[in-house]
Design a protein. Structure first.
Lengths: 243, 575
């Protein structure tokens, strides 16, 4: 079923569980539809006016309530056994050893902000925003000195939880990486956390998933998932870049 | 009773500023159909850009104007306008006016044996307010900056800073006002003006559907009216109801006070817009029930279950709105609540669909054109409902939210679902409204062509959505690697959409041709049982020659021992 559904190749720790729920739901839907459609066609054929000139005043008995009860049971099962646990892992606090990155959307780019070696994000201020400093990072702040910023370029290590602190400078955007099965709205004024664990080294894309203006259709960022060593090398290289 | 009008003034009074529910109903229906055609045309234009991005639009490309499509090539601003206005026009100017204003106004008073709506003047007012709102929406294409371009959902901050939104908001406020006037009228009419003997459990299901719909309009629409006024103030008066502090747009801090919350709009919008989808579907279910009972020649199976289900559905529809907002950072408690309400609301839908299906059992089914449309409604609505399941479960909504899967899902509900039911209703009540039948052969061409094209349009959208292709993309997703294998479907969809357009021509020809050449009919051409079939076709002013009495339930077909296979509500018992 998963193959048939054609979801993008999974690349995060929770993707398999989510895909399993997706497959199960679609099996269920397909099953219900086929049984139901077969019954429908059979009834139309059997009770066509060409075959029976007189209708039966009473019709059939009893099925609707049974079907409704079945629907309740199946749906309760889906929520309790699957949807709740999967969503709970999504909404739960991320593990503490996570890599933390800020991502700030704007029309029409994704600004990425790493805290640097000290693990603290430097202060940002509206007044400092300019084309060279889209985040308005205040470099005089002591903890800002080692911060790294990139535009439309997100580099992350494989196998470690990643926390994205997501927000926006202007309108609502939505941060999605299809292969990671993550999607989260970037709402101005809200610092929404989102986390996942990449499991495959490779190149991916951030797809903006909320209409945000004229160039929404090309608001894209590159995502590289690297081995821990390569990730460290990336951080070192960026940190040594003059600014 | 109003005195009959004479002389030259009477034309205006009778056909234009009429207070007769039948004239108002027909005005609503025709206007709604025209808007449906307009909304569909916008989509056919958009489909070119998706199938062949950045290539000049043939033939009509030159007519669109250099501000929209220089050299015939559509600009992103125009694409976004088309998208937002397609949604708005289809929902607020097409389907609701046709289903509620058109069918509700024309059929409901006849079915309850009333001579008119309770408040005829208000009825007229609601049509004219609707028309003003609609014309303002259309006019917005012609002002500088163009029409609204932030989606039919109009989320701030984008909607507050983007061009085109002001007229959209004014139009919306008028449209909601019109719906409010109509809904109060419907409720009072059903409660007060039922014919003697027409008890609640003898009401045709269509009347129940309209009655519950009216409550939804009355209770769910005012929040958006208020929200619309607030967004208008954010745009025009510099308030910040939906605008947080610290916004920086294209490098410049926005000169606003800030302190607002953009999510507040989403709550208010969906508090209206989810019940709204039931406003789109309940009247459709009502029509389908009438047509099925008539063409199976037997009573609806489980009438009471239908009535309770539709009431429960109406109530529950106000408790699910935030399932549109799972991606905004919702905690587990909230998301669980809305997942559960979403699953609970599917139960009455299952009941209604099942009841309609089981009603076929034991019938002697006539496949007339209205019946074909009504029957097709069942599996099409079924597909729409089933695909709502993975969208209603928060985890599976993560990859699907804002993709073409969503577009496929709700279009199965509203296009081959609701629109088909509305066509069924048009073919079914056309003889009552005009005294002439529509042509069966043309009706069949219209039906089969539409059914096939609709499915070729909407089925591939599930494939695209599962593959991760987003909606609302100007170039159809060309920029992204994962979309590459999915792009070919855009061409298929476009072809099918244009063919679907062609298959509406037999309907248009049939509609106007039958006015003149259709076979004349007497009162009850379908051998139906409800009260509207007692009135002359077309009914004159005041509807019935004498006030009818209802002697029995609405669907007494094939009663054992009766002389004919239908025993109308208005026929006294033989004894
Ligand atoms: C029958 C022919 C129809 C076709 C071919 C069609 C096609 C489409 C397509 C392809 C989109 C997505 C555009 C995009 O995301 O870029 C769309 C959006 C939409 N459609 Fe339709 N549609 C049809 C009928 C309807 C009807 C009957 C309704 C409502 C009653 C409707 C309501 C909407 C809404 C609300 C949207 C979302 C607009 C937005 O993004 O803000 N459509 N339609
Ligand atoms: Cu965007
Ligand atoms: Cu909803």
């Amino acid at each position: 079923m998963l193959r048939m559904l054609g979801l993008p190749n999974p690349a995060s720790a929770h993707a398999n569980e989510l895909d399993a729920l997706m497959a199960m739901t679609h099996w269920l839907m397909a099953g219900m539809f086929v049984v139901w459609a077969a019954f429908f066609v059979a009834v139309l054929w059997r009770f066509r006016s060409g075959a029976r000139t007189k209708a039966d005043y009473h019709g059939t008995r009893g099925l609707a309530s049974t079907l409704a009860v079945c629907a309740v049971i199946v749906e309760a099962f889906l929520i309790i056994a699957h949807a709740y646990p999967v969503w709970a892992t999504r909404a739960a606090a991320p593990p503490s050893e996570a890599v933390v990155v800020r991502v700030v959307g704007e029309q029409f780019a994704w600004n990425v902000h790493y805290p640097g070696a000290d693990g603290f994000f430097g202060r940002t201020t509206l007044g400092l925003i300019d084309p060279d400093n889209p985040l308005g990072l205040d470099r005089r702040d002591p903890v800002a000195a080692d911060d790294i910023t990139t535009v439309n370029q997100l580099v992350l290590p494989v196998g470690r939880p990643v926390v994205i602190r997501l927000s926006s400078k202007d309108v609502i955007h939505s941060f999605a990486i299809p292969e990671m099965r993550v999607k989260h709205d970037a709402v101005p004024g809200i610092d929404g956390p989102l986390w996942f664990t990449p499991t495959r080294i490779g190149e991916y894309e951030v797809v903006c998933s909320q209409l945000c203006g004229l160039a929404h259709y090309r608001m894209r960022a590159a995502v590289s998932i690297k081995s821990p060593a390569d990730f460290q090398a990336f951080l070192t290289e960026e940190a040594s870049r003059p600014r | 009773m109003t005195a009959p009008v004479h002389g030259s003034a009477s034309f205006w009074r009778t056909y234009v500023f009429s207070q007769d529910h039948k004239v108002v109903g027909i005005q609503y229906a025709v206007t709604g159909l025209l808007f449906l055609l307009l909304g569909f045309t916008l989509m056919m234009i958009m489909r070119w850009q998706l199938a062949y991005p950045l290539r000049p639009i043939p033939i009509i490309g030159g007519w669109l104007g250099s501000a929209n499509a220089p050299g015939g090539i559509m600009l992103p601003e125009f694409y976004n306008q088309l998208g937002a206005m397609h949604g708005t026009i289809m929902v607020f100017l097409g389907v609701v006016p046709l289903a509620v204003g058109g069918f509700g106004n024309f059929v409901m008073p006849l079915q309850i044996g009333a001579s008119d709506m309770a408040f005829p003047k208000m009825n007229m007012a609601s049509y004219w307010v609707y028309l003003c709102g609609g014309l303002i929406m259309v006019a917005s294409f012609f002002v500088t900056g163009g029409a609204a371009q932030s989606g039919w959902t109009s989320y701030p901050p984008l909607a507050v800073i983007a061009p085109g939104q002001t007229l959209w908001l004014i139009g919306m406020v008028l449209l909601i006002t019109s719906s409010l006037l109509g809904s109060i009228n419907t409720i009072v009419t059903v409660v007060q003006l039922r014919a003697p003997g027409l008890t609640w459990m003898r009401l045709p299901f269509f009347v129940w559907a309209q009655f519950v719909t009216a409550f939804l309009l009355l209770l769910a629409f005012p929040p958006l009216e208020a929200a619309g006024a607030l967004q208008l103030m954010d745009r025009l008066a510099g308030t910040s109801f939906f605008m947080p502090s610290g916004l920086v747009v294209t490098g410049q801090p926005l000169p606003i006070s800030g302190g607002g919350n953009p999510l507040l709009w989403q709550h208010l919008f969906w508090f209206l817009a989810h019940p709204e989808v039931y406003v789109l579907i309940l009247p459709a279910m009502g029509i389908v029930a009438e047509v099925i009972a008539n063409n199976t020649r037997k009573p609806l199976w489980g009438y009471r279950a239908l009535v309770y289900a539709v009431g429960f559905l109406g109530f529950m529809s106000m408790t699910v709105w935030a399932h549109h907002m799972y991606m905004t950072g919702m905690g587990t408690t909230m998301s669980t609540f809305f997942q559960i309400t979403t699953m609970v609301i599917s139960i009455p839908s299952v009941v209604i669909l099942t009841v309609l299906m089981l009603s076929l059992w034991g019938g002697s089914i006539r496949f007339t054109t209205p019946m074909l449309f009504a029957l097709a409604f069942l599996p099409m609505f079924g597909l729409g409902g089933l695909t709502g399941l993975p969208l209603g479960l928060a985890p599976t909504d993560i990859p699907l939210h804002d993709t073409y899967y969503v577009i496929g899902h709700f279009h199965y509900v509203v296009a081959p679902g609701t629109i088909f039911a509305l066509f069924a209703g048009i073919y079914y009540w056309f003889p009552k409204a005009t005294g002439r039948m529509m042509h069966e052969g043309l009706g069949r061409i219209h039906f089969w062509g539409s059914l096939i094209c609709m499915n070729i349009v909407f089925m591939p959208m599930f494939i695209q959505g599962l593959g991760g292709m987003n909606r609302r993309l100007y170039d159809g997703g060309l920029q992204y690697a994962h979309n590459a294998p999915l792009l070919k479907w855009h061409v298929v969809i476009a072809m099918a959409a244009w063919t679907l357009g062609l298959f509406q021509l037999p309907f248009i020809a049939n509609f106007f041709g039958s006015l003149k050449w259709g076979t004349p009919v007497d009162r009850n051409p379908w051998h139906a049982t409800t009260l509207e079939w007692l009135a002359p076709s077309p009914p004159g002013h005041g509807n019935f020659q004498t006030i009818p009495t209802a002697y029995r339930g609405p669907y007494e077909y094939s009663v054992p021992g009766a002389a004919t296979d239908f025993t109308p509500q208005f026929e006294p018992d033989a004894q």
